[in-house]
Design a binder for this molecule. Structure first.
Ligand code: UGA
Length: 428
C-alpha cells in the first residue's frame, strides 16, 4: 500500500491483543503496530478510576528511541483527553535523532467483540483527530484518511481536533452504557408496575431519534470497556471540577451494580428467602455471547452473591474455562465486594461440561449470557431432573417463558410482570 505522506511512516498504538489483530489487517511495509494495555489504575492518585498510562508512555519512549525519520503516531487506545499532548512531549524529548518530527493522531476504534471484523470492514464512522490548525497536522490527517479510503466511503471518515477525538471515544462508550442502565432502571419499574420492558423498549426504540439498538434489558453490562471508560470519564470530570457531571456519569455504573444485586435478591426472595445448600445452575459466564471474555462480566458479582448466601453454583459456559472462572471469582475479582473466601469458591463452584449437566438436579436455573444454545436446550427433559418447584431466572430474556411455564417451571423474566409465586412482599 502506498502512503501519500512520503517522509513519514505510521505507527498504530493500540490497547489490547484484539486490537492488534485488527491493526495487522492494515499493515503495509510502512505501517507498524504496537499493542499496550491501558487498565484502570489500582493504586495512587485516581486509583479505581483513572487510566494507567504507564504502558502507553513506555511505547512512546520506544518509538522515540528507534525513530530516525518523521513519524505519524496514531493513538488507537481509549485514553484520557489530552494524552496526545503528553505523548508528543515524551516523543520530542526522547528522540535521539535530531530533526525528527512527530505528528500525533487520535483514531479511536469502535469495534465490538464478536463482530470486530465486520465492524472494521463496514464501520458506521471512522474518526481521525489531529492538529487541524497546522499544515503538518492536516497532512498527517490526510495520510491516515487515505489509508481508510481504500475501503471506507469518504463521507464516513470524520475528522476532528485531537481533543474531540479522544473525548468522543470515552463519551461514545458512556452513551452506550447509559442506554443499558436506562432500560435496566425501567426494568425494575416494569416489575413493580406490571409493565413489560420488552414492549416498552420496542415502543421507545421505534422513535427514530432514539433507535432500536442497545435497549435490551439485562442482568447488567460487562466487558473490559464500559465501566473502565465511564470511571475514567468520571475522573476527568472530577479533575476539571465538574462534580455534577461526574455524579451523573457515575450513576450509570451505580445502576449497573444495582441491577446485578437486584437479580441476586430476586433469586433469593423467590426461593423462599433461602438458597443455602441449594444447587443453582448458571448458564453463561462470559460478558456476552460469542466470546470467552469474562472481564467485568456480571456473572462474577451474581455468582459471588449467590455463593455468599450459601448456594452451590453449577456453571456452564461454552467458551470460558474452569480455570478462568475460578480466577475471576477469587483473585481476579475487582467488582462489588461480596465477602466470600477462596475456600468457599473452591467448595461452592462446580463447573459443568454442558448446559444440561449443569441443570441436572438443580433447584434453579439462571441465564446470565445470551448464548443461542440455551434457547434450544431440551427444557422438558431439564424440568424432569430438577428439584421442585423448579425455578428459571432469565437475566437476558432469551427463553420462551410461556413454554417454560407450560412445562411447570416458575419463571422470573427480567422486567416482565412478576409471577405471583415469586412475590413475597419484598420491594426490588
Ligand atoms: C463496546 C462498544 O460497543 C464498542 O463500540 C467499543 O469499541 C468497545 O466497547 C471498546 O471500547 O473496545 P464490547 O465491549 O465488545 O463493545 O461489547 P458490547 O456489545 O458493547 O456489549 C457490552 C455489554 O453490554 C455486554 O455485557 C452486553 O451483554 C451488554 N448489553 C449490550 C446489554 O446488556 N444490552 C444491550 O442492549 C446491549
Amino acid at each position: 500500500m502506498h502512503l501519500p505522506y512520503g517522509r513519514h511512516s505510521l505507527l498504530l498504538v493500540s490497547c489490547s491483543p484484539k486490537h492488534s489483530a485488527r491493526a495487522c489487517v492494515l499493515t503495509p511495509p510502512t505501517l507498524h503496530t504496537r499493542s499496550v494495555n491501558t487498565p484502570t489504575k489500582t493504586t495512587g492518585i485516581g486509583a479505581g478510576k483513572a487510566a494507567d498510562l504507564a504502558y502507553w508512555e513506555s511505547a512512546a519512549r520506544t518509538i522515540a528511541a528507534v525513530s530516525t525519520t518523521n513519524k505519524i503516531v496514531v493513538e488507537k487506545s481509549t485514553v484520557p483527553v489530552r494524552t496526545a499532548e503528553a505523548i508528543q512531549k515524551v516523543l520530542e524529548r526522547n528522540c535521539v535523532h535530531t530533526g525528527v518530527q512527530f505528528q500525533i493522531l487520535s483514531n479511536p476504534e469502535f469495534l465490538a467483540e464478536g463482530t470486530a471484523i465486520s465492524d472494521l470492514e463496514a464501520p458506521d464512522r471512522v474518526l481521525i483527530g489531529g492538529r487541524e490548525d497546522t499544515e503538518a497536522g492536516r497532512a498527517a490527517i490526510a495520510a491516515l484518511k487515505a489509508v481508510y479510503e481504500n475501503w471506507v466511503p469518504p463521507e464516513r471518515v470524520i475528522t476532528a481536533n485531537l481533543w474531540s477525538a479522544e473525548l468522543t471515544k470515552l463519551a461514545a462508550n458512556a452513551f452506550l452504557a447509559q442506554r443499558i442502565s436506562s432500560i435496566n432502571s425501567i426494568s425494575a419499574l416494569c416489575e413493580a408496575t406490571g409493565a413489560d420492558v420488552t414492549q416498552v423498549a420496542f415502543a421507545i426504540g421505534r422513535d427514530t431519534r432514539v433507535g432500536a439498538r442497545f435497549l435490551n434489558a439485562s442482568v447488567g453490562f460487562g466487558g473490559s470497556c464500559f465501566q473502565k471508560d465511564i470511571l475514567n470519564l468520571v475522573y476527568i470530570c472530577e479533575s476539571q471540577g465538574l462534580k455534577e457531571v461526574a455524579e451523573y456519569w457515575r450513576s450509570v455504573v451505580t445502576i449497573n451494580d444495582y441491577q446485578k444485586n437486584r437479580f441476586v435478591r430476586r433469586i433469593i426472595s423467590g426461593m423462599f428467602n433461602t438458597i443455602r445448600n441449594k444447587n443453582i445452575a448458571v448458564l453463561g459466564f462470559a460478558f456476552k455471547k460469542d466470546t470467552g471474555d469474562t472481564r467485568e462480566t456480571p456473572a462474577i458479582d451474581v455468582c459471588r452473591g449467590l455463593m455468599e448466601d450459601g448456594a452451590t453454583c453449577l456453571v456452564f459456559d461454552p467458551q470460558v474455562t474452569e480455570q478462568q472462572m475460578r480466577y475471576d471469582l477469587t483473585d481476579g475479582h475487582t467488582g462489588q465486594s461480596h465477602s466470600i473466601t477462596s475456600e468457599q469458591v473452591a467448595k461452592q463452584l462446580k463447573v459443568s461440561t454442558s448446559a444440561f449437566a449443569a441443570c441436572e438436579g438443580a433447584h434453579a436455573v439462571i441465564v446470565l449470557t445470551e448464548w443461542d444454545e440455551f434457547k434450544t436446550l431440551d427444557w422438558e427433559a431439564v424440568f424432569k431432573t430438577m428439584v421442585k418447584p423448579a425455578f428459571v431466572f432469565d437475566g437476558r430474556n432469551i427463553l420462551d417463558h410461556a413454554h417454560l411455564r407450560e412445562l411447570g417451571f416458575i419463571v422470573y423474566a427480567l422486567g416482565k410482570p412478576v409471577d405471583p409465586f415469586l412475590k413475597n412482599g419484598n420491594a426490588l
